[in-house]
Ligand binder design. Structure first.
Ligand SMILES: Nc1ncnc2c1ncn2[C@@H]1O[C@H](COP(=O)(O)OP(=O)(O)OP(=O)(O)O)[C@@H](O)[C@H]1O
Ligand SMILES: [Mg+2]
Length: 216
């Protein structure tokens, strides 16, 4: 059985079937897929759902690294090493240990909530992808990494579930939605807005960065 450290979902996952399918497809061809969008739009839930659906495709595991609480860039490699069980040694940089662990591994790393340490994530991800040819990375962030090979997928607002419910209850179109923390939810309109993807230019300079219509 393939390993993973994905948590059980806290409640029912609502909608987004098409987004999950599209992202699963993208992960087959792309080594770095970044889910980008405003806070609370559902990046983490979507990424966890996608990661959970591809566990069988990664014999060396699907590994969630939660970076939302990290504010120091120095701790990013340490967090990844901890999740992967890589022992850190004073004599070698943490990145070297990660490279050794992931070289030849058919694994998926899910780096969640990267926005606070986005610069360091960009460096590390670039190094890991270069040194570990079978590694794939799925990432959530409010700001894209802007490195070569990055496929940025803008997370759209969720659309309403279409299936009728037996008793009236809040759905994602209600003023509050079914979950407490979703400032960017419910959808502003009832129309479906698919996620859009674009390729990073590879420069972290803002001047040549294509801006999405909305979101990150
Ligand atoms: N498809 C969904 N079904 C059910 N609940 C959802 C869904 N998407 C998001 N939620 C809920 O909405 C809240 C916000 O979602 P989430 O944490 O994924 O947003 P986020 O975009 O990652 O936010 P942040 O940028 O703050 O990390 C959470 O409580 C989450 O469980
Ligand atoms: Mg999140």
């Amino acid at each position: 059985m393939t390993s993973h450290n994905l948590p059980a979902e806290p409640n029912r996952f609502v909608g987004r079937a098409r987004d999950v399918d599209e992202l699963r497809g993208l992960l087959r061809d792309q080594r770095l897929v970044t889910l980008c969008g405003v806070g609370g739009i559902g990046k983490t839930r979507l990424a966890l759902r996608v990661a959970g659906s591809v566990v069988g495709e990664f014999p060396d595991g699907v590994w969630l690294v939660e970076l939302g609480r990290i504010t120091s860039p120095d701790l990013v490699a340490h967090e990844i090493a901890t999740v992967l069980g890589v022992r850190e040694e004073r004599s070698r940089p943490a990145l070297d240990g990660l490279r050794v662990r992931l070289r030849g591994a058919r694994a998926l790393l899910l780096l969640d909530n990267c926005e606070q340490v986005v610069e360091r994530c960009a460096e590390l991800v670039a190094e890991l992808l270069a040194g570990c040819p079978d590694l794939r990375i799925l990432l959530t962030t409010r700001e894209a990494l802007r490195i070569p090979g990055e496929l940025v997928w803008r997370v759209p607002r969720s659309t309403c579930p279409t299936r009728a419910t037996p008793t009236p209850r809040p759905c994602c179109c209600s003023p509050t939605g079914p979950w407490p923390r979703a400032p960017a939810w419910p959808p502003a309109t009832s129309t479906t807005s698919p996620g859009s993807a674009w390729r990073s230019t590879g420069s972290r300079s803002r001047s040549n960065w294509p801006r999405p219509a909305r979101g990150c």
